[in-house]
Design a binder for this molecule. Structure first.
Ligand code: SF4
Ligand code: SF4
Length: 174
């Protein structure tokens, strides 16, 4: 690990190696920003039953799955351009918080990551931004978990049906 007081060096490792889980709130923001329909940039990844994730698993075609951003044939995030994120101001909360996540209290905790080579020591205003983003992520995940529980308890359905379900739910809450 490289010791650095600096924040993200925009190396792109985290955008090119891992699946990025998204919430319905992320999908809505990216859709508005890009003008794309959710199915154009969101997919599902089968969830291993023993895997612990922060994101809820949803029943798609009778299989527990997680919502993720689609990836290019070379496995990079669909929105990763030559010089970085092409949807930076609308990027998912997971990306905004990386490599931190929220703990049980107010603070943030560093994620143990094999992708990031920076030893992070964020200070204000960066630290405050991370805390705000992690707090927002926590709230949006809680809302998503409620939706996922409702969806799963009704037996789930196809991916298209799930996208319609979250769209209807979001319209109701506006
Ligand atoms: S949405 Fe942007 S920040 Fe997130 S993984 Fe894709 S390119 Fe990286
Ligand atoms: S791996 Fe770390 S340094 Fe590289 S882009 Fe991601 S957060 Fe920034």
């Amino acid at each position: 690990m490289k010791n650095s007081p600096m924040s993200c060096i925009r190396c792109g490792n985290c955008c090119t190696r891992f699946a990025v889980c998204v919430t319905p709130s992320d999908i809505e923001r990216v859709s508005k920003f890009t003008g794309k329909k959710p199915f154009e940039f969101v997919g599902v990844l089968e969830e291993a039953p023993q895997r612990e994730r922060t994101e809820p698993a949803i029943l798609i075609n009778n299989t527990y799955s997680v919502l993720v951003l689609r990836r290019k044939p070379d496995n990079k995030c669909k929105f990763y351009g030559g010089s970085g994120c092409t949807i930076y101001s609308a990027r998912p909360m997971l990306c905004r918080c990386y490599p931190f996540t929220f703990g049980n209290g107010e603070g943030i905790i560093e994620v143990c990551s094999r992708a990031c080579n920076v030893v992070w020591e964020p200070k204000d205003p960066e630290l405050s931004n991370y805390k705000t983003n992690c707090g927002t992520y926590k709230v949006e995940l809680r809302a998503y978990k409620e939706l996922a529980t409702k969806w799963n308890s009704n037996g789930g359905g196809t991916f298209s049906e799930f996208l319609e379900f979250i769209s209807r739910s979001q319209n109701k809450s506006i």
